[in-house]
Design a protein around this ligand. Structure first.
Ligand SMILES: NC(=O)C1=CN([C@@H]2O[C@H](COP(=O)(O)OP(=O)(O)OC[C@H]3O[C@@H](n4cnc5c(N)ncnc54)[C@H](O)[C@@H]3O)[C@@H](O)[C@H]2O)C=CC1
Ligand SMILES: O=C(O)CCC(=O)C(=O)O
Length: 435
């Protein structure tokens, strides 16, 4: 029987879902999933299968702090699906990480990998901690203990972590080393986003922002706007936000505002992004005190009039609370889940083209795939080759979803869910796991 949202579901996933807040990434993911399930006429069993993660692991992570005291953190890894291949997805360190959030992020990875056509399933992990309060040694002990507790989950053919919020190349290096020590051999393909000297790929660090800009240029082209005539606003100035801002700046776009956790920085004449990056680098990765622009709030930044808005910080930034005040023509979601599902129709009514996260930020996992391939072959590519292939795959994914959008007369986000879910469901039926 085809899935229908009024149907009583009897399996693991029950409407309206376990203890969800009014707005939560998991709720947003499920609302969009349901829409696609109806278009695809997924039957109840398939709906249940794809709505339920394959594995959810919670570990306690005891760490001896520099003071000698023991502090216990909670760590998560959710494998949403592994039907297309080993599961893949980042690990984030943040004080508010929780299982529901990681479940949403893991499912997004499944659809994202399907959309860019990389042979991976979806996963995500996190440790509930405030990395700003930890010394480097504490961070290393936390990372190694989390990895030790996940030895049976991770593996180059099983589940392959990568960086996400507040995790970087150094943390990936500690994960690789801990896993390798226990495997009694060097296993560099167990993690991606590593330092190049340890088997990392050229271009991985910039890949997510590069992919965001590739699809933004494609969207600008559809809207008939020249990149060197457009204005851009970027929320978040970490890995994804700063690279997106820099590459839009290099395209000749006037980047009129940037932001981080300390607030927004606005200059109507445009911000010199390489200079702002230099400032942040010297200032502990913070824009605090940046004086070449006026200080505004992150809320004000999101409402600025611009051609391109790139939310590249965190989830739930645009919701019914502020969606009708958004003044952008195109939104390219650098972050995962920056727009809540109940804001989608408000933005659609305003005629804003949204390039959804599971397409827009898929450049990271695409180059992670290249890194995994290089590690397994022991043969490493030039940066030029990585970037060329990345641009080609992102552009192909954009064009494909644009066609799906036109075929069904739906939004680009809905097209992304329809395509991603259909691909996983079709693979599942062929494998015969689902009978
Ligand atoms: N790093 C990667 O390769 C990928 C990251 N993403 C997503 O992109 C987003 C950002 O990730 P990264 O750049 O890696 O993280 P990051 O930790 O390098 O940077 C996060 C940035 O957001 C800022 N920020 C945090 N809270 C904020 C708030 N409330 N308001 C404004 N700014 C805030 C931080 O100050 C920092 O500038 C996340 O949603 C992540 O899941 C998605 C795909 C891949
Ligand atoms: O590079 C990867 O494997 C995953 C990146 C990630 O976590 C994401 O796309 O959200």
């Amino acid at each position: 029987m085809p899935y229908n949202k009024n149907m009583h579901t009897t399996g693991y996933y029950k409407e309206p879902g376990p203890k969800l807040d009014e707005e939560s990434p998991f709720k947003s993911m499920m609302e969009r999933f349901r829409f696609a399930a109806e278009i695809l006429e997924l039957d109840e069993g398939m709906f249940q299968y794809l709505a339920s993660p394959v594995k959810q692991v919670i570990v306690s992570v005891p760490v001896v702090m520099d003071s000698g005291d023991i502090q216990v953190f909670e760590g998560y890894r959710v494998i949403h699906d592994n039907v297309l291949g080993p599961s893949k997805g980042g690990i984030r360190y943040a004080p508010d990480v929780n299982l529901e959030e990681v479940k949403a992020l893991a499912s997004w990875m499944t659809w994202k990998c399907a959309i860019v056509n990389v042979p991976f399933g979806g996963a995500k992990g996190g440790v509930r901690c405030d990395p700003n309060q930890l010394s480097r040694n504490e961070l290393e002990r936390l990372t190694r203990r989390y990895t030790a507790n996940m030895l049976e989950v991770f593996g180059p053919d099983r589940d392959i972590p990568a960086p996400d919020m507040n995790t970087d190349e150094q943390i990936m290096a500690w994960i690789m080393d801990t896993y390798s020590m226990n495997a009694h051999k060097t296993e560099n393909a167990v993690v991606t986003g590593k330092p190049i000297i340890l088997g990392g790929s050229h271009g991985r660090k910039e890949a997510t922002g590069r992919g965001v800009v590739t699809v933004t240029l494609a969207a600008l082209n559809k809207a008939g706007i020249a990149p060197n005539k457009c204005t851009t606003v970027v929320q978040g100035f970490g890995n994804v936000g700063s690279v997106s801002a820099k590459l839009m700046y290099e395209q000749g776009s006037k980047v009129i505002a940037i932001s981080d956790i300390t607030g927004g920085y606005y200059n109507e004449n445009g911000i010199d992004i390489p200079e702002a990056m230099e400032y942040a680098k010297k200032n502990d990765n913070s824009l605090e005190g940046y004086s070449e622009a006026d200080k505004i709030t992150n809320d004000e930044l999101l409402q600025l009039e611009c051609d391109v808005l790139i939310p590249a910080a965190k989830e739930d930034q645009i919701s019914p609370r502020n969606a009708d005040k958004i003044n952008a023509r195109i939104i390219a979601e650098g972050a995962n889940g920056p727009i809540t599902a109940n804001a989608d129709s408000i933005l659609e009514d305003k005629g804003i083209m949204v390039v959804p996260d599971i397409l827009a930020n898929a450049g990271g996992v695409t180059v992670s795939y290249f890194e995994w391939v290089q590690d397994r072959q022991g043969y490493f590519w030039t940066e030029e080759r990585v970037n060329r292939r990345l641009n080609r795959m992102m552009r192909a994914a954009f064009d494909n979803l644009f066609n799906v959008r036109e075929e069904h007369d739906i939004t680009l986000r809905q097209a992304a869910y329809v395509f991603g879910i259909n691909k996983v469901a079709t693979t599942l039926r062929m494998r015969g796991i689902y009978a």
